[in-house]
Design a protein around this ligand. Sequence first.
Ligand code: HEM
Ligand code: HEM
Length: 202
Amino acid sequence: MDKTKSLHRISGIIIAIFAAAHLFNHAMAWYGIDNHREIMEALRKIYRQPVVETGLLLCFGFQVYSGIKQAMTLRKAPHLSLNDRLQMYAGLAFAFFIVQHIGAVVGQHLYFGTDTDFYFAARVVLEAPFKFYFIPYYFLGIMALGIHVAATHRKKIAGRVGEKQANFHAWIIIALAFCTAILILYVFMGGRYEIRGFLGID
Ligand code: HEM
Ligand code: HEM
């Protein structure tokens, strides 16, 4: 198998594990900001260790590079199915999201020493004019990841389980991403408890 493809897959598995823990952390803000902080501090003990953080950031860097490279090759193919297009465009959209997200988070905590906690993310989805950009940005970032994974999984299993079953799997993954994005944004936008007052936003 193509070396870039298999490395993209291995690095993708590492990213998927991080993404599951990271999104679970945000979803748990449903039970309060203290709960979010507690889980984040436990996770930080792992992903903020210099060796782990460097490895993780390298995986993200490689994923973007290898993903764009594969998209450029795929684009030249004579016939692209809807699944190929979804996989390619969702991957490119995720690359756009993640480069900016990592730049913002790592830039803030490494260079400015800001604590990139719950309030760091909540502020930008509550305060105008930032919220007009960041609400769709976070929503589409999670959806892009979900659609890319769904299209990839669909492609892998269609030959074995049939088109109907593969489509069903893909829809489940997309629905999960949709519910996760809505739940996280609902909490961070103050749907569960008051945040605006605490941040000094009217
Ligand atoms: C609504 C969705 C999201 C929100 C609100 C969000 C928010 C945050 C926050 C607050 C941090 C700082 C964590 C800390 O200081 O420990 C962070 C870090 C990070 N996020 Fe997200 N995130 C979201 C989605 C994602 C997704 C889908 C990914 C992709 C897997 C992702 C990847 C990362 C990475 C790589 C870091 C840096 C971890 C480090 O410090 O090394 N995020 N995010
Ligand atoms: C960073 C942006 C990304 C881009 C631009 C991208 C792009 C692509 C493209 C175009 C393909 C299709 C290759 C082909 O069939 O010719 C692909 C395959 C794949 N992607 Fe991504 N991707 C990205 C991120 C991710 C992430 C975050 C994951 C995991 C969560 C992932 C997991 C996979 C897997 C498992 C494959 C299948 C590889 C194989 O055929 O063995 N990708 N990607």
